[in-house]
Design a protein around this ligand. Structure first.
Ligand SMILES: [Zn+2]
Length: 112
């Protein structure tokens, strides 16, 4: 499953960032872009399932969803891309560069 491998990479990052097991991880904040096609509920489920047997058990997963955004290469206009419709709303050009929505990052770790 897609979300399981993502949950595993999140756990890997947490393990690398907090190697000291005396410290309790309270929450992990992740930024997830629309293009990653991650289902937040599913990611929550997988994350909690895999941390159950680790020192990070009980940590909260905070998911920040990032919209898919683009920038027109022709007129430079920036906009939100809806329904994967890659066209500039201002000039109609389809030469669109994706500027957001591909994120998959751990942005914050709250440690006790
Ligand atoms: Zn344009």
């Amino acid at each position: 499953m897609h979300e399981l491998s993502i949950a595993e990479s999140i756990l890997e990052i947490v393990t690398e960032s907090v190697p000291d097991h005396d410290k309790r991880v309270l929450s992990v904040t992740v930024e997830v872009g629309e293009l990653t096609a991650v289902i937040p509920e599913s990611l929550q489920f997988c994350f909690h399932a895999i941390i159950e047997e680790t020192p990070y058990k009980g940590a909260q997963l905070i998911i920040r969803e990032k919209k898919l955004t683009g920038e027109c290469r022709k007129c430079g206009s920036g906009f939100t891309i809806k329904n994967y419709f890659f066209q500039c709303p201002d000039c109609g050009s389809t030469d669109v560069q994706v500027t957001g929505g591909q994120e998959l990052n751990v942005t914050e770790l709250e440690v006790e």
